[in-house]
Design a protein around this ligand. Structure first.
Ligand SMILES: Nc1ncnc2c1ncn2[C@@H]1O[C@H](COP(=O)(O)OP(=O)(O)OP(=O)(O)O)[C@@H](O)[C@H]1O
Length: 226
């Protein structure tokens, strides 16, 4: 279990973004972190990874404070633009002992990426695919995905949805932020709603669908009262 407790964050003199955020991400489940624009979803993911310093709060991963069991797929390209996809893979292979080359090669084929493709010349959607490939190919039990479906075409969204339910995700706990709920609605196990710097509600997605016949979007309207 990945647990976050009491996250607080304030950027400079702005109003606080996170004001005591706590929730958990179980293994074998896709947890979706939902909130309107600017509510602090990316800040939470970056805070969990230690990429943004938090003012307070703890992150505990299977009882430990190390982040080595978490992979992060950011919403922007982090590899230098001069690299080719092949260079990026070689870099990951050299740097990370838990790199899974077999997964990387399979995902190159699935995403129709070429090792000679230069990252700076890729379209927005193909850059997002490179990010996903790099994250999915780390053999880590927890995976954080920041807006993985933004700028992705319909068919690739379907491929990603397939990946979520495939062997690549077996046994993993996934935490994802997205505004594109409809495309992944059927795959979500849990929903955590963020508003005004706090978790205001949590839902078991299956219960919501089966018992109450509601979609995540219906619930968003109720929870955020819009
Ligand atoms: N580096 C930064 N410096 C100052 N303010 C920041 C910084 N990063 C984020 N913020 C502010 O923190 C707030 C939360 O931003 P964040 O990107 O975490 O929200 P989000 O929920 O992911 O938004 P979106 O859904 O639009 O992607 C916003 O008001 C944003 O302007």
């Amino acid at each position: 279990m990945l647990e976050v407790h009491g996250l607080h964050k304030k950027y400079g003199r702005k109003r606080p973004v996170l004001q005591g955020v706590s929730f958990s991400v179980p293994l074998n489940q896709l947890t979706c972190l939902i909130g309107l624009n600017g509510e602090g979803k990316s800040t939470i993911l970056k805070g969990i990874m230690g990429l943004v310093p938090l003012d307070a709060g703890t992150v505990v991963v299977d009882g430990e404070t190390s982040r080595e069991r978490i992979a992060f797929v950011p919403d922007i390209s982090t590899m230098p633009g001069y690299m080719t996809v092949g260079d990026a893979i070689l870099y990951m292979q050299d740097f990370y002992p838990d790199w899974n080359q077999k997964n990387a090669e399979e995902l190159m084929t699935i995403f129709k990426l070429l090792s000679t493709d230069q990252i700076r010349d890729l379209s927005k959607g193909n850059k997002a695919k490179v990010n996903l490939l790099l994250g999915f190919s780390l053999d880590r039990p927890y995976l954080l995905l920041d807006e993985p479906l933004a700028g992705i075409d319909l068919f690739t969204k379907e491929q990603i949805a397939w990946i979520f339910s495939s062997h690549y995700m077996e046994g993993r706990g996934i935490l994802m932020t997205t505004h594109e709920i409809a495309e992944v609605e059927h795959l979500i196990d849990r929903v955590v709603y963020l508003q005004d710097g706090k978790v205001v509600h949590e839902d078991d997605a299956e219960e919501m669908r089966e018992l109450y016949g509601k979609s995540v979007q219906d619930r968003m309207r109720e929870v955020f009262q819009r």
